[in-house]
Design a protein around this ligand. Sequence first.
Ligand code: SF4
Length: 272
Amino acid sequence: MRLIILNILTQTWMLLNFTDSCYLLLRATSWRNGIRNKSCLLVPSKLSSPNYSIIAYSLFPKTLKMTENLIIPIHETFQKTIQGEGYWAGAPVDFIRLAGCPVGCHYCDTGYANGGISLPRQLKTFDELINELFSSRVVISGGEPFIHKQLPALVNRIEATGRQVSIETSGCYWQNISPKTWVTLSPKQHISPKYPILELMWTRASEVKLVIETGQELEFYSKILLGNNRIPVFLQPEWYSRHFTLPLVLELLQENPNYRLSVQLHKYLGLK
Ligand code: SF4
């Protein structure tokens, strides 16, 4: 658990670790008519990033504007693994999984099928995240990374260390990230129509990774995929029903020889 202590007067802040608190303590010192005022506010810490930002802004707009580019809620991080999916499959990577995704895919393998309410999450500073890194490529996934307005600042900080960054997204949200960043678009509009893919994603994405569960997915996106042969398209058998989806994908590849297979290599190798 973390406590953020803010000082509006000096525009400084501290992030402290505690073990048993379930609140964020926001503490401010201000001066009015020559009198020094101290105040503390407790807000629940179980906040997704958008909620956190909204509450924080309403409390201390100026000070929080400064801190929001330095901390981000994460679900987990792990290092020295390999990218198991898509174009960079087999590349050594570190993972930063950001917390939160509203899309609610029923087969979500990162715990967000029901919104991820019971998943662990914690705030980490950009410095903490960067100090953990080993690999030359860093994958930022989720959840849905683009719900976090701090994402462009985090990407810039990581790329400034000389590393390459890949972001995995469902394409429903966007933040203005660096043009160097690799973007993997994994469309989910066919199962969550409430979350349509943003138009710009089809031109900004570096690859499309389509999870195949029924075979109808290709038909759903066929118009846009056929009109866009700029980027590689990977068909990935849905993991839980792979006895059915792997042979299905092999058939679909025969009919669509420009597409490629993506098999979640890390799962076959027993890696995270
Ligand atoms: S978009 Fe991705 S993270 Fe979100 S629920 Fe669907 S599969 Fe899970």
